[in-house]
Design a protein around this ligand. Sequence first.
Ligand code: FAD
Ligand code: DHB
Length: 392
Amino acid sequence: MSTRTQVGIVGAGPAGLMLGHLLHREGIDTVILEARSREYVGARIRAGVVEQGIADILIETGAGERLGREGLVHQGIALQFDGERHRVPLSDLADGRTIVIYGQTELVKDLIGLRLETGRPLHFEADDVSVHDLETDRPLIRYRHEGRDRQLECDVVAGCDGFHGVCRPSIPTGVLSEFSREYSFGWLGILAAVAPSSDELVYAHHEHGFALLSLRSPELSRLYIQCRPDEDPAGWPDDRIWEALQTRLGLEGWTLAEGPILEKGVTGMRSYVCEPMRHGRLFLAGDAAHIVPPTGAKGLNLALHDVCVLAAALTDWLRSGDAAALDAYSDTCLRRVWRAEHFSWWMTQMLHRAEDHDPFDLKLQLSQLRYVTSSDAAATTLAENYVGLETV
Ligand code: FAD
Ligand code: DHB
């Protein structure tokens, strides 16, 4: 079975779904193929911090109705070290800009809902997806769906299939330059049915390792603890998790409220970028092209930024044949990607305890943390990166 579309989108994470949404608004035909089921995609718990500039785009383009209603606007975060908590007033330092706390899971559900309303194809459980003829002007996607082999002819293919997807590995060896860094630690993340113990996020440096207090709603806390990257969450019974969180986040005169743990999972950490984010008629977006460690809260924001740039560029090209923005796509995105890579690496090394951590590292971290929380210039650097340096 063979069909045709203008833009074949591989992956229904935030990048693929938002790209489909933006192109549909411009009257451009897309087909979205997703390996997993709708239930699986709508239940994966991941990021939760949306930069104001990205939240504004979601709202302006009709994808942020619930985010606008239910998202929690925050104007600061706290950094904790040496037994003290220091507020970083993000909005005061970064021209009044804020962040919005809204779960990626909820955003994905909203985008799936919008797509289904359009009646345009979004095929879950697409098996054996492969991309072909990328260097021609008729790239092809082959896949299996509902027991039948299918073929989708496209003008372009958008690889929005995450870090472990098939699109990036389909680019011939030697074409891409790859840059990466592995870390000796990961995060154990939990979702707990308990009111958040702090109104704002707390990033805690501790001699036992990093911890982060975040939230999803007035009734749901999201917490993270530094652990080994390959750690089995089964080795972390609930008591052990709360004990570690109490130790790392605890402060005199403040208590971390505990509650039933609804979900737990371990995420490894990596920095990775491939350049360029394009090969022929294949355009990579989001985690398919770059990964940041989560400490800077940038992964979701970068993925959404990429597809805003890509949607505008594809619209120009498909409407009028003007390829200037499409040709600049990779360079345009990579500027922001590298800023986020640096910021995420910087936050990560300032706050975590590395395996080969020595007393010199510890002294440097504490000095950096004291500087960031006492100098307006240093705090502004953190604030303007955290809220997002530029919009599209
Ligand atoms: P993804 O969300 O990965 O979406 C890719 C989609 O493609 C998936 O639905 C996948 O099933 C699908 N796919 C894969 N292969 C194929 C195939 N062959 N065919 C068809 N479909 C395919 N960022 C933060 O800022 N904070 C966090 O706390 C945080 N936690 C994270 C936890 C985990 C476990 C992971 C993996 C990431 C986390 N991130 C976090 C990063 C953030 O969630 C990502 O940057 C964001 O999901 C990127 O969106 P995306 O659409 O590019 O990729
Ligand atoms: C969350 C995740 C992050 O990576 C981060 O830096 C802050 C908050 C969250 O899931 O809420």
